[in-house]
Design a protein around this ligand. Structure first.
Ligand code: ADP
Ligand code: MG
Length: 446
């Protein structure tokens, strides 16, 4: 069976334990699937989004490599499908997606966290949405994966729809498939009518049109027509126009006519705000310590950070556990193991000693003067957060304390202070980012 073949190939791509945990329980719903849509059912509701984010695209790509058809892979909770009308052989529309435009309704400007890394792209997107076809046409948004390009481009779409405009949002792959479909059926006039009679044409991930000459040719004419009519065109890509290979020059130069805005990896503060926003939207409670832990240890890809939060929450729910920092480090260790931060206890002491002007040996001593006690407590706290591999008793030994209860005591004191003393909190955060950034800079130089 084809789907089994797809899963077998997936098995070779991902770690065996992941396959066992997440893919084995999937049930393929043959009745409701078609070559456009593959529907998989998950027994556990909490894992639906996790599996969707992590594996749906992979499954779709493998399927495409076998059949040349790019399907949409839908993951749903098993019991949700009881409500599907038996005569309708399409799966129920995904939550949050309005079928007519395929826009995710939660991708709005309000839900987008703005920081210096994405401020220009955000402002330009908003301006294009509010005054289409004026200043920023085309608007070209580019940057790495998971940094908010699709969110922004769809926010433009959601806003424009709310203002009554006709919006087409499509990925370049869908555009390509649509084009081929109409060529095959000799209905190109319908294709042209569709794409040239909109107020907003939003094409996501335009880089995938690379080397598709015929489709580029057609897109070139669509572009010109819409541009002349002063309709808003918004494109996204992983690279700036000039750097995308396999594109005709007359197209890439047009991409530069309006405004090019990049999205950069978010800084620590922005990352933290994004995590808070996502938790608020999904009704997940994480305390500051856990949020900090995630923001420091996960890479900059927000999509991955989001799925990590969902994963963490799913585990906590399944096991009826509270999400403490210990629980989070334990659950997330598989997700962050590839990250080569490699902070050591000595790194932590070195930075604290330098910044607070205290001798490293004093921090590790039993001296009881106030500044030293404070530096030691901060050290213990940061060691616990930044080097999760160290157990309480290791920390006790390293910091010259009697036993692990002394470490717990120090942690408790610090957590109280962090809650009540804003200045202290800022100081600790600053030390933390000094330690991690010192480490990532020295890591890059290697
Ligand atoms: P890209 O298209 O650049 O690969 P996406 O737009 O799909 O990235 O973003 C991945 C996920 O991260 C989405 O769920 C999106 O909502 C979220 N995200 C990215 N940047 C932000 C941000 N600045 N504020 C809120 N959510 C964000
Ligand atoms: Mg995207």
């Amino acid at each position: 069976m084809l789907y089994q073949q797809v899963l077998d190939l997936l098995k070779q791509e991902i770690p065996a334990d992941e396959y066992q945990k997440f893919i084995t329980p999937l049930q393929f719903d043959e009745k409701q699937s078609s070559s456009d849509t593959l529907l998989f059912l998950v027994p556990n509701k909490l894992l639906v989004r996790w599996i969707q984010t992590k594996y749906a695209d992979k499954i779709a790509h493998i399927y495409e490599s076998l059949t040349d058809k790019a399907p949409t892979v839908v993951i749903e909770h098993q019991s949700a499908c009881k409500h599907v009308n038996k005569h309708d052989n399409k799966p129920v529309a995904q939550k949050n997606k309005t079928p007519s435009t395929l826009l995710n309704t939660s991708y709005t400007f309000e839900n987008f966290v703005v920081g210096s890394s994405n401020q220009l792209a955000f402002a330009a997107a908003k301006s294009a949405a509010k005054s289409p076809g004026q200043q920023y046409n085309p608007l070209f948004i580019y940057g790495g994966s998971g940094l908010g390009k699709t969110h922004l481009i769809q926010a433009i779409g959601n806003y424009a729809i709310s203002q009554g405009f006709v919006v087409i949002y499509t990925t370049s792959e869908q555009f390509l498939n649509d084009f081929l479909y109409h060529v095959r059926n000799q209905t190109m006039d319908r294709f042209r009518q569709k794409y040239r009679q909109c107020d907003f044409l939003l094409i996501d991930d335009i880089q995938f049109l690379s080397n598709k000459e015929q489709t580029q040719e057609e897109f070139f004419h669509t572009f010109n027509e819409l541009y002349n009519l002063k309709k808003q065109i918004v494109l996204s890509s992983d690279k700036p126009p000039k750097k995308i290979a396999g594109f005709e020059e007359r197209l890439t130069s047009r991409f530069e006519w309006g405004l090019m805005a990049d999205v950069q990896p978010p800084g620590l503060e922005t990352k933290i705000s994004i995590i808070k926003k996502k938790c608020e939207m999904d009704n997940i409670y994480l305390d500051d310590e856990v949020i900090h832990y995630i923001s420091i240890h996960m890479e900059d890809n927000i999509r991955e950070i989001e799925s990590a939060i969902i994963y963490l929450n799913a585990h906590a729910n399944l096991l009826s556990r509270k999400i403490t920092i210990d629980f989070a480090t334990e659950v997330m260790k598989d997700l962050i193991k590839d990250r080569a931060v490699d902070i050591t206890l000595d790194d932590i002491i070195r930075v604290i000693a330098h910044e607070l002007n205290i001798k490293p040996s004093d921090i590790k001593s039993r001296k009881r003067s106030q500044p030293i006690v404070e530096a030691r407590r901060i050290g213990i706290y940061l060691a616990k957060t930044l080097t999760p591999e160290n157990k309480m008793k290791d920390l006790a030994e390293f910091f010259g304390l009697k036993d692990h209860t002394a470490v717990s005591h120090a942690m408790k004191k610090i957590n109280e202070l962090l809650k009540t003393d804003e200045n202290f909190k800022i100081k600790v955060e600053a030390l933390k980012s000094k330690i991690t950034s010192a480490k990532s800079i020295s890591g890059e130089k290697k």
